[in-house]
Ligand binder design. Structure first.
Ligand code: TYM
Length: 323
């Protein structure tokens, strides 16, 4: 039996990168009877960026609705809000005290965010230790994540090993789980898709908005329509290929390479596949957003299950370190 665990920050509605990089692989793995899974909304992490209570709360509902829209079964998985399990912040403190400051300073995501964001708070700096606590608290074996989180996973493994080395087998050392598609979904500007880069595609939006974003924001080169184009360096093709089946993606690549097929044509196909492929999840998402009371019930029941496991781990840790 392997325990799968992963979380999505509630900094907004999950975008295409979150969905392909983490939500879909995590749900796929949770369906395997040999696994049990802990899937959650990382709403404490989002406090590093969001200081508006209403926005924070609504984002939590959006992330919950997105998980459920893609088929998470709350009876099969432990599905919860990170902030409902205060044991997590206690564990994060212990981990902070065992992890070298100099090593935390090497985190790419902190450097990246501190270069771009205005609010560079201490929470942003210790973010990887809160993430490590999320994972170690539940004795997770496998963590499905996108490529951008691999360094954080390495830090979680590192801090677990340091503590295991000093005391006796306190933690399970987790492994990341990435897929070909989760390696890195580009945003509309070709850079990594990320809320804080303002380059996301929100598949839960209405069709008119999706059309506008694809047509107006996805960057393309100005090679004439009749000329051959390289699909593999194009954002339109990269996005299409992670959504479409292999055959359809190969067909688009061929048409681009042959010439006589322009970016406008490719964008039209991309819009059409986003609309049809995500039609059903969009409907479910909208249902949950207008039935938030159902989300509260589901998340409260998940938190009760999560806390049981969390308390047992924390007892073990406290005991070992001398409390
Ligand atoms: P977050 O909320 O930024 O992203 C959630 C998940 O989506 C993946 N992802 C991507 N994958 C491919 N291409 C992209 N452009 C892309 N953008 C995001 C991320 O890799 C991630 O898997 N720190 C985490 C949340 C977290 C967590 C955890 C994850 C908190 N505690 C414990 C796993 C285990 C984060 O910021 O993800």
């Amino acid at each position: 039996m392997a325990r799968i665990l992963t979380g999505i920050q509630s900094t907004g509605t999950p975008h295409l990168g979150n969905i392909i990089g983490a939500i879909l692989p995590a749900i796929e793995n949770s369906k395997d009877k040999n696994n049990d899974s802990f899937l959650f909304i990382a709403d404490l992490h989002s406090l590093t960026q969001i200081k508006d209570a209403t926005v924070l709360k609504n984002n939590t509902y959006s992330v919950a609705a997105a998980w459920l829209a893609f088929g998470l079964d709350p009876n099969e998985s432990v599905f919860y809000r990170q902030s409902d399990v205060p044991e997590c912040t206690e564990l994060a403190w212990y981990l902070n005290c065992f992890f070298p400051f100099q090593r935390l300073k090497l985190a790419h995501s902190f450097k990246d965010k501190s270069d771009r964001l205005e609010d560079i708070n201490a929470g942003l700096f210790v973010y990887p230790m809160l993430m490590a606590a999320d994972i170690l608290l539940y004795d997770a074996n496998l963590v499905p994540v996108g490529k951008d989180q691999l360094q954080h996973l390495e830090m979680a493994r590192d801090v677990a090993s340091r503590i295991n080395h000093k005391y006796k087998n306190v933690f399970i050392v987790p492994e990341p789980l990435t897929t070909k598609d989760s390696m890195l979904i580009p945003g509309t500007d070709g850079d990594k898709m990320s809320k804080s880069k303002n380059n996301t595609i929100d598949i839960f939006q209405g069709n008119a908005d999706i059309k506008k974003i694809v047509n107006k924001q996805i960057v393309t080169d100005n090679i004439p329509l009749e000329d051959p184009k390289d699909p593999y360096i194009s954002t339109v093709y990269k996005l299409y290929s992670v959504i479409a089946d292999e055959d359809s993606a190969a067909q688009m690549a061929k048409k681009l390479q042959a010439g006589g097929y322009g970016w406008g044509h490719a964008k039209k196909e991309l819009i059409s596949i986003i609309e049809t492929k995500f039609d059903n999840p969009r409907e479910k998402f909208n249902y949950y957003i207008s039935h938030k009371e159902e989300l509260d019930i589901i998340l409260e029941s998940g938190a009760a299950k999560a806390r049981k496991v969390a308390k047992a781990t924390l007892d073990r840790v406290r005991n070992q370190i001398g409390y």
